[in-house]
Design a protein around this ligand. Sequence first.
Ligand code: F6R
Length: 608
Amino acid sequence: MCGIVAATSRKRDIVPLLVQGLKRLEYRGYDSCGVAVWDNGLKRARSVARVAELEEQIQHEHLHGEMGIAHTRWATHGEPLVCNAHPHFAGDEIALIHNGIIENYEEIRAELQAKGVEFSSQTDTEVLAYLVRDCYHGDLLKAVEDALNRVRGAYGIAVFCKQDPSRIVVARQGSPLVIGVGENEMFAASDTMALAGETNNFIYLEDGDVAELLPESYKIFKHVGTEFEAVEREVREVQAFSNAVELGPYRHYMQKEIFEQPRAIADTLEAVREITPAIFGEEAAEIFPEVDRILMIACGTSYYAAMTSKYWFEAIAGIPCDVEIASEYRYRKSVPNPRTLVVTISQSGETADTLAALKHARELGMDKTLTVCNVATSAMVRESRLHFITRAGVEIGVASTKAFTTQLTALFLLTLTLAKINGRLTAEDENLYMTQLRHVPKAVSSVLALEPLIIGWTSRFADKEHALFLGRGIHYPIALEGALKLKEISYIHAEAYPAGELKHGPLALVDESIPVVTVAPNDQLFEKLKSNMKEVEARRGELYVFADSDTGLSSSEHIHVIRMPENYGALSPILHVVTLQLLAYHTALIRGNDVDKPRNLAKSVTVE
Ligand code: F6R
């Protein structure tokens, strides 16, 4: 998603810092980028190519200055063209960058046009820049506040103006923004990673905050009604890392992150000594016994983690569990139950739909909230009473991999905790499950060793346009996740079905041209799954099966089998999904796709 970097300094040219920041935000996905500085006038460079090309352009045009703003854009309003790239200028007076969407921009645009403004882009951002100019009467902070009182929508912005060229005003509503506090310089960014090495002192702005940055000072104000009141926000010491950006021996971040899973799961488990509510926060011991239902809310891959865990919550903890797609839940009329534990799951913790759904659940009177998240400082974590931070480390590949398996790890811990509180977990079971959990990193390593066998299959997938994924029970969401991975990065149309549903429709698709990927653990549904596979075989379908070794399944003419190293019982989904990640990765590789930055997708979806 779009990225913001801004800096004002008294001691150096900040253009290299801005460009470095943009490079670190590249992984989030973008289709254009730009930098604007004050250098005896508003100057800018914009590009629809990569940041590296923008850097060349900047050198060529000798862009430099002690104050500037920079942006990577992921198009929402207006195509990815240079004229739509940020920073946007309002005449020669105001420069502005913006993440998010201004919902009422059309009416403001018409109003400004009536006053004679001629727009040079199709964006809502340029409208905001002109609105700030329209509100400007000698005080930039006041102009931004007045402009923000007029707009509806989500934004993270950074603005400067020619009349006061060392001052930057930033604001946040629904789009992440941090201030970095330096020595005689001040920074802002949509992610601390952009400022790694520049400072370790960060202030996480809250929704409704506006801040004014000068090289030696900052002031923060919060939105109260239509007024802005001065507010203190904590300066936190955060070691922002950029070394996650190093690829090491891997070709892509996605491959690196797939192979990091044993470590990520081990790290996630490291702080857990025993099954106790305390691992989810101080209030958990008080909240959990009052819970008689779970409502899980998430998007995309995180939604599939939620779906998987529903099977655990109901089977092991005996708690009814509903799973909702955030963008649907937030807009539908539902029946609230205040004894519900509302669990939001998110890698980034900034996904707009999930965050809004969490707030919606709270507004409905459900205040027992828990977020499972990979970013400790994210908005979702701050909005929830309880949380569990997965330790996947920064995930850069747009297609989520290690975030998913660490989410499953966290959700299994939550299952055990609730089962224990409900008196459904004996000490013996607890020991057994914990031993199995602690062995998962090793088991995942054995699955990763199957990579050469999986590569052997991918040449047969690469020329296909459609694929079917089958699973049953708790492995049905894993089939869904496998199909999502394949379509995201290989652009092969892939659909997943619970295998028992085949004969109710999708069987009509099956012929020799469509690969049917099947997740086949040795569980109580295996015999039924075998019958479903026969249905495919009888229609000359080509089956690609990941089977537990103790199923006894072996390859024959139209059935290709890769055997999983071990049967892992309740935790089997964590192992099976790894094979599907590798299958998607290597298929996309053969097709020559940009695996880490698939078309049309962004890493963190902070707009609706
Ligand atoms: C798929 C993927 C997306 C995200 C979804 C939610 O590989 O990455 O489907 O899972 O956008 O993102 P988070 O988990 O950050 O809320």
